[in-house]
Design a protein around this ligand. Structure first.
Ligand SMILES: [Zn+2]
Length: 319
């Protein structure tokens, strides 16, 4: 595990490349290029009663930059509430850098998942360079939801909604501003980056795409990749769906032919999706599709080991 076959543009994905975008007055997206492993998007919604934060970042350095930018844009208004869209560390490890007074909210399954997550305690050498989270500690929500919850800052409304089934993970939540028609999707959308559904469900992720479309959003903040306007959303959702259908087809054929997920991945022609970063996620997604189709338990460490093998070495990280 010494050869790194996939590389990133180091300057293009450095912490300094991240920027705060004001989508509509007082509603912000923190977009971190290039959106690959551990490089997420986050956001903030300001209002008369303080700021509501949507996700944090993977590392201390990245989260401090994000929170400083939000403070500068909002006159250091208090961060009254924060929501985690799902459990993954790129969206949650910075939670402990929020003020202790910030009420942290997430799905019930998200809270359980972050409590059980071992990677914050020491990242295995399956990414290169091995991420250094900095001075962060595990902080989980003190308020959980199972289907929906509505937050207000003044009269500005933020609806937190769970799709009702596993998709990217088992505890996904979107943040929807019905007045401003802004949707923070978390990792239900990867934009121009290979989708990852190994801790959720391939079929559930496909079903969530129609659910996302039905919001009729004008502005969409994906979990990874550039912002999406309402007119471009159908095309982005169609791209993600075609990729996920390819995963399902590859798993079906592989099971019929008695192939392992790794063998099925090797035989799969990614075609139009080969240019997306993090192509090795195909292996992880196939492990999930196999487990669900065959009623087998999902083996996380076997899946990650196969992804590294498919990649020809540790997966590239750009934390
Ligand atoms: Zn995620």
């Amino acid at each position: 595990m010494t050869t790194v076959t996939s590389t990133h543009d180091r300057a293009g994905s450095a912490p300094e490349a991240a920027a705060l975008h004001e989508i509509v007055e007082g509603v912000f997206a923190w977009v971190q290029p290039d959106g690959t492993w551990w490089i997420n998007n986050a956001g903030a919604v300001s209002g008369p009663d303080g700021t509501i934060v949507v996700d944090t970042c993977a590392t201390e350095v990245r989260t401090r930059r994000f929170l400083a930018a939000v403070g500068a844009a909002t006159g250091d208004a208090p961060l009254t509430m924060a929501v985690n869209t799902h459990l993954h560390g790129d969206h949650t490890y910075g939670n402990s850098l929020l003020p202790s007074s910030t009420v942290l909210i997430g799905h019930e399954a998200m809270r359980e998942g972050l409590l059980a997550d071992p990677i914050i305690d020491g990242c295995p050498p399956v990414w290169q360079p091995v991420p250094d989270w900095g001075q962060v500690t595990r902080r989980v929500p003190s308020v959980v939801l199972r289907s929906d919850l509505t937050l207000f800052t003044g009269s500005r409304r933020v609806d937190l909604l769970h799709p009702g089934h596993p998709a990217h993970t088992t505890g996904d939540v979107v943040a929807w501003l019905p007045e401003e028609r802004v949707l923070f999707t978390g990792d239900l959308i990867f934009h121009g980056v290979t989708p990852l559904v190994f801790m959720g469900s391939v079929e559930g992720a496909i079903a969530s795409l129609g659910w996302l479309a039905d919001f009729g959003a004008d502005h969409v903040v994906p979990g990874h990749g550039p912002l999406i306007d309402g007119a471009a959303l159908p095309g982005v959702l169609a791209d993600v769906e075609r990729y996920l259908q390819l995963v399902l087809r590859t798993a079906r054929t592989g099971l019929e032919e008695g192939l392992t997920p790794f063998e099925a991945a090797q035989r799969c022609d990614l075609g139009e999706f080969a240019a997306w970063p993090d192509a090795e996620r195909l292996v992880l997604n196939l492990h999930r599709a196999y487990a669900d189709a065959a009623g087998r338990p999902f083996d996380l460490m076997a899946a990650i080991g196969d992804a590294v093998r498919y990649n020809g070495g540790p997966m590239a990280s750009a934390v």
